[in-house]
Design a protein around this ligand. Structure first.
Ligand code: UTP
Length: 297
C-alpha cells in the first residue's frame, strides 16, 4: 500500500473572468448549484476520499470563502431558538475543525502551476491531491475517492481524464496516451492547450490530481507556457520525462465545467433534477419550456 493521501490543495485564486460581472465581488467558487456553493461540492468530495487537511490558495477579494467555512453564531442561535434542527445540521457541513484549513495567498495570478507551488511549504513528503472546484463531478463513488483507491495500487502521479471532442482539445491539458489497464492509462507525455489538430489524443485532464512532492520541485523550474502562465501540466510532464509513473484515470461519473456559463447552467439543471424536493416541479417546468419551444418552431 502506497502513502495515504490526506492533504488537498484547492487553487481558487483565479480571476473568474468568464463570470464577470458576478465575480467582481463574489468568488467563482461561491456561485451556487441549487443551494450549495461550488466549493461545498469539492469539500464533500475531498472528505469522502479521506482528506483531513484542506489548503486553499486564495487571492484578494476572496473573503467570502473564508467566512463560508467559519461559524455563524447569530445565525446558529436564531435557528436553534426556532427549532430548525435540519438547517443547523446543514450548516454544520460547512464548518471545519480548527487547524484543518489553511489559506495561502497567491499574490499574482501567474497560473495554476504557480498557485499549487504557493502551497509547497504545507506539503510534506507525501502524495497530495489538487482539486479545481469549478469542475463538478456527479458520481456514485466520488471521483477523488475512486482515484485514491487506484493510487494506493500504482502510486506516482495520477490525473483524472475524460474524452473530449477533437475541436475542444485546445481548451485542456491533453494526455499522450500509452497502455491502458482498466481505468488507468499510462501517460507518455502531457501537453497544455495544444493547437488545433496537434493534440496527441482526445483524453483531457480534468480538475482532480494526485501528485507526488517531486512535482513541487518541478514547479520551481518550469517557465511560462500556454497562455503565458506557469502550467501544472508542464511540471507533471517532467515526471514522465524523469521516468516516474504518471497515469490518467478514467473516472466513473459526469463532469460539469462550471467555470463556463453553459457548463454551469447544465449542472444547475442536472442537480435540480436529482433533488427529490425539486425534481417534480422543475421537470414540469422544463417540459413546459419544451412545449413552448416546439410551438414556436
Ligand atoms: P481557470 O483557467 O478556470 O481561470 O483556472 P479562472 O481565473 O478561474 O477563470 P476565467 O478563465 O478567468 O473565467 C483554473 C483553476 O485554477 C485556479 C482558478 O482559481 C481555478 O480554480 N487558478 C488559476 C489559480 O488559483 N491561480 C491562477 O493564477 C490561475
Amino acid at each position: 500500500m502506497k502513502n495515504r493521501v490526506t492533504k488537498a490543495i484547492f487553487p481558487v485564486a483565479g480571476m473568474g473572468t468568464r463570470f464577470l460581472p458576478a465575480t467582481k465581488s463574489i468568488p467563482k467558487e461561491i456561485l451556487t448549484l441549487v443551494d450549495r456553493p461550488l466549493i461545498q461540492y469539492a469539500i464533500d468530495e475531498a472528505r469522502a476520499a479521506g482528506i483531513t487537511d484542506f489548503i486553499f490558495v486564495t487571492a484578494r477579494g476572496k473573503y467570502a470563502l473564508e467566512d463560508y467555512f467559519d461559524r455563524a453564531p447569530e445565525l446558529e442561535s436564531a435557528l436553534r431558538r426556532a427549532g430548525k434542527d435540519e438547517l443547523l445540521e446543514t450548516l454544520r457541513t460547512t464548518n471545519m475543525e480548527s487547524g484543518a484549513i489553511a489559506y495561502i495567498r497567491q499574490h499574482r495570478a501567474l497560473g495554476l502551476g504557480h498557485a499549487v507551488w504557493c502551497a509547497r511549504r504545507l506539503i510534506g513528503d507525501e502524495p497530495f491531491a489538487v482539486m479545481l472546484p469549478d469542475d463538478v463531478i456527479a458520481a456514485e463513488t466520488p471521483c477523488l475517492a475512486q482515484m485514491v483507491e487506484a493510487h494506493a495500487e500504482v502510486g506516482g502521479c495520477m490525473v483524472a481524464a475524460m474524452e473530449v471532442p477533437a475541436d475542444r482539445a485546445s481548451a485542456y491539458g491533453i494526455l499522450d496516451a500509452g497502455a491502458e489497464k482498466g481505468p488507468l492509462i499510462q501517460a507518455r507525455g502531457m501537453v497544455e492547450k495544444p493547437r488545433l489538430g496537434e493534440a496527441p489524443s482526445n483524453l483531457a485532464v480534468i480538475g482532480r490530481y494526485i501528485l507526488t512532492p517531486e512535482v513541487l520541485g518541478n514547479l520551481s523550474r518550469i517557465k511560462p507556457s500556454a497562455g503565458d502562465e506557469l502550467q501544472l501540466t508542464d511540471a507533471i510532464a517532467m515526471e514522465i520525462e524523469a521516468g516516474r509513473p504518471v497515469h490518467g484515470f478514467r473516472f466513473r461519473g459526469e463532469r460539469f465545467d462550471c467555470g463556463s456559463k453553459a457548463g454551469y447552467l447544465q449542472a444547475t439543471v442536472a442537480f435540480a433534477l436529482s433533488r427529490p424536493d425539486l425534481r417534480d416541479e422543475f421537470a414540469g417546468f422544463l417540459d413546459g419550456l419544451n412545449g413552448f419551444r416546439a410551438a414556436a418552431q
